[in-house]
Design a binder for this molecule. Sequence first.
Ligand code: PMV
Length: 319
Amino acid sequence: MIKVSAPGKIHFLGEHAIVFGKPAILAAINLRCVVSLNPNKTGKIKTFSRQLVKGKERFDAIDIAVSETFKFLKKPKALGFNLQLDSKIPVGCGLGSSAAVSVSVIGALFLLLGEKFDKKKINQIAYLTEQKIHGFPSGGDNSTATYGGLVWYRKEAEDLKIIEPLPFLLAKNLARNFVLIDTGRPKETTGEMVAGVRKLFGKRPQWTEKIFNDQEKLVKKLLSALKENNERLVMETIRLGERNLEKIGVVGNFSHDLIRQVESLGGVAKICGAGGDKDRSGILLAYHVKPELLVALTKKLNLNSYVVALGEEGVRQDG
Ligand code: PMV
């Protein structure tokens, strides 16, 4: 049996500003999607998943990833196999679940077909798959699921994106203190949130540009803080980065108040990805030297939380 897994992702900082050419840092998380492949003699491809429902959610990502792989490698779909998918990444809340599905399916197929486990090619096919699923994805999710660790990401022009795996790991003390808090699915889609920020930019270009310039400075500060294991500066950049996200209207009242509660306990938190303004804002990235205090807070508020390690390994063979 072939087993391959790939991680989900979070936005460390730089979301939204990235649409306007500013850099962002993404990180792979230790919630993974595991794909098990067993060749069968029927010549048919059979797919199963405990979490994804056929005709709903992202089940189509499996079939699209399979066809894109055969097409890219110019191989006829002559092989039969059973594909079992087991994902711990919550679906539809900005944690890159569909990219992790694509990358792990493609990685498993490479092994089945006797191809070299070439991450560049796996990532290319995953991007083609993501385009079929989402239309115009940035490519950040699939690159983080493929390479893992931390990823520096910047869109220079529509057809030129710099996606660079960062050449260092997070210090252990930093990596274990992050908690993801699920505030609930936003009413708006990512596209609507991006459109809202674009509208704001149209109305107040200079004011918005100033915020994005500041966000760029914070992303660069965060980069050195992560590299140098400077916890105080990591917390400071997350706190100030969140203030900028609030100014551009992507943080709803519920999350705003929750973030202030986290701060009053001595932690920091920010929305993570597109956010949401009308009601809930999806996942928050939170940090505390005692992450258990944040877990206790979320339990009290009846919210789901995940203590996650950041900067985890990208796509890999598990068995
Ligand atoms: O919703 P997510 O987590 O995939 O993040 C969207 C991030 C944005 O910067 C708002 C949009 C983008 O395409 O980068």
